[in-house]
Design a protein around this ligand. Structure first.
Ligand code: NAD
Length: 542
């Protein structure tokens, strides 16, 4: 038996590759994009390590070319969800007692497989299936995904090493047990890395999962599941269940063995899951851990001392990269009147320089939004702004779904701080700006704080560092990730632990050891070296 006391060091973050034309990574990626585009694969469920086909099929299409079918996938029904629960519970017995260093080794192997042999496969599937350009795929489905896996080994080392002291005559320890039951991992379309992490963090700590992937990221998620298996994740530890959320959620949430939900997605879906857990609470063997990272209405607050060019750049990149479909994407901005025309010119210039289209053409900075429902929702909001007397569309605004779900980067300016798109999450390339009178900054700060229910990310821009500090204090609860003179997107694992509160989630900080702690239930053990044999206390003596 290996009795070493071993700890995994904090790793370096995975470097972002350049994909310059002619580079080895570009040649491999181009070949893989071609291969995936020319084949239509069939995606089964994977339960207890076995491929299961239900015959109830759905299609995976390219959002930027929606007639092109990349895959068909089998949908889980009630029977398969029950099978997956049985498989997860069976695997729990072995996996929960597997040496944690072996579990870490499997995660590290998965990281190395994605970093090397399968980098092109995972990136290409993310580009085609989720409409990301090369850079957006690389920072997500390669770098962030790898970082989550590698950092988890180091975070687990830190957690297991956290032990209480022992008083004379006793030995104390804390055992970090996995939760008693299975974890339901419900994952979003927009980050392949998050889909991976919502499973791999609980399993690092000895849990087993039912993985409900988003129906619009099934291609990359399926390939990833196969990488997990090749890395050594045993049968039943992660069970891959594409299919309707309502069916999968209903069966999984009514099981007495539900020990936790690891969710990322919209606030409304999480409210629904939380409510169902509440309704079923007396059924469960333990109180399920509910960890959810949800929506946002992320802001940029501009102080009069800000550098207008830096603001324009942050607004452009923060609001429009990956078509604004990052939970952290800037979607409202408060800008002083004295800077607005310069900032607007800067955004307009950048928007006029970018191209929009298919992910295969690397000149396209902007690609498509994820699906028709999302396209319709965003275009409706833009049409509403165009008609409204309180708003004006000053950049972009065109929407076209004939070939792909394309929406131009759009800026709306409003006189109303309560305008619909200043308050409600809109998951697309739309930034709404409220221009405030320079002397009314306090009022603008109050609007920023109070008009939206979310608290995910936000930035302040200003050269006056003391003013930025004041603003940071006033906006203390408005963002779980706050930036000074930077865009509100782009958190990196291990550097900026990610998550927000208010309606944005439980703020359990993905990419930090705080999150791993949610997937253990500790047992404190005290051993008395020489047990006492008398019950009498000294004070009782006459
Ligand atoms: P979504 O809520 O539509 O879907 C998320 C997942 O929940 C999907 O797998 C979906 O199939 C599933 N689902 C839906 N209804 C369900 C039900 N009744 N039972 C069980 N599962 C169900 O979200 P989305 O469109 O995939 O992602 C976009 C949202 O995610 C945005 O609101 C965004 O802000 C949020 N998001 C947040 C973070 C964060 O860290 N805070 C990160 C990424 C995305």
């Amino acid at each position: 038996m290996n009795n070493s006391i071993f700890s995994f060091p904090i790793p370096a973050n995975e470097p972002v590759k350049s994909y310059q034309p002619g580079s080895p990574e570009r040649i491999a990626l181009d070949a893989e994009l071609k291969r995936q585009r020319e084949t239509t694969i069939e995606i089964p469920l994977i339960i207890g390590g076995k491929a299961i086909k239900t015959g109830n099929l759905g299609k995976v299409v390219e959002p930027h070319n929606h007639k092109h079918v990349l895959a068909t996938y089998h949908k889980a029904g009630e029977k398969e969800v029950k099978m997956a629960i049985d498989a997860a519970m069976k695997a729990h017995k072995i996996w929960g007692e597997t040496d944690w260093r072996v579990r870490a080794a499997i995660l590290l192997k998965a990281a190395d497989l994605v970093a090397g042999k399968y980098r092109a496969l995972i990136n290409a599937s993310c580009m085609l299936g989720q409409s990301k350009n090369i850079y957006q795929a690389e920072i997500d489905s390669a770098c962030e995904l790898i970082d989550f896996l590698r950092y988890n080994a180091a975070f687990a080392s830190e957690i297991y090493a956290m032990q209480p002291k022992s008083a004379p005559g006793q030995l104390n320890s804390v055992e970090y047990r996995p939760l008693e039951g299975f974890v339901l991992a419900v994952t979003p379309f927009n980050f392949t890395s998050i889909a991976s992490n919502l499973n791999m963090t609980p399993i690092m700590m000895g849990n087993t999962t039912l993985w409900k992937p988003s129906t619009t990221s099934i291609l990359s998620n399926y390939y990833l599941m196969k990488v997990f298996m090749e890395a050594g994740v045993p049968a039943g530890v992660v069970n891959f269940l594409p299919g309707p959320g309502s069916v999968i959620g209903k069966v999984a949430l009514s099981s007495p063995d539900l020990a936790g939900i690891h969710f990322t997605g919209s606030s409304s879906t999480f409210y629904g899951l939380w409510k169902t857990v509440g309704d079923n609470i007396a059924k469960y063997k333990s109180f399920p851990r509910l960890v959810g990272e949800t929506g946002g209405k992320d802001f940029i607050f501009v102080h009069t001392s800000a550098d207008a060019e830096a603001v324009a750049n942050a607004a452009f990149c923060g609001a429009f990269e990956y078509q604004g479909q990052k939970c952290s994407a800037a979607s409202r901005m408060y800008c002083p009147k004295s800077l607005w025309s310069k900032v607007l010119k800067g955004i307009q210039k950048r928007c006029s320089e970018v191209k929009m289209g298919d992910v295969i053409d690397s000149e396209n900075f902007i690609n498509a939004v994820i699906d028709e429902a999302s396209f319709d929702n965003i275009s409706k909001a833009i049409a509403y702004a165009k008609k409204s007397k309180d708003a004006e569309v000053v950049v972009g605004g065109k929407c076209d779904k004939r070939v792909g779900y394309f929406i131009e980067p759009t800026v709306i300016v409003t006189k109303d701080p309560h305008f619909k798109t200043m308050e409600e999450e809109l998951f697309g390339p739309v930034l709404t700006v409220y221009v405030y009178d320079d002397k009314n900054i306090e009022k603008a700060l109050e609007y920023c704080q109070t008009t939206s229910p979310y608290g995910l990310t936000g930035s302040v821009f200003g050269q006056d560092r003391l003013a930025c500090d004041e603003i940071s204090k006033k906006l203390r609860y408005c963002a779980g990730n706050f930036y000074i003179n930077d865009k509100p997107t782009g958190a990196v694992v291990g550097l900026q632990p990610f998550g927000g509160s208010r309606a944005s989630g439980t703020n359990d900080k993905a990419g930090s050891s705080f999150n791993l702690m949610r997937w253990v239930t500790t047992r404190a053990i005290k051993e008395t070296l020489v047990s006492p044999t008398t019950w009498k206390y000294g004070y009782m003596k006459k």
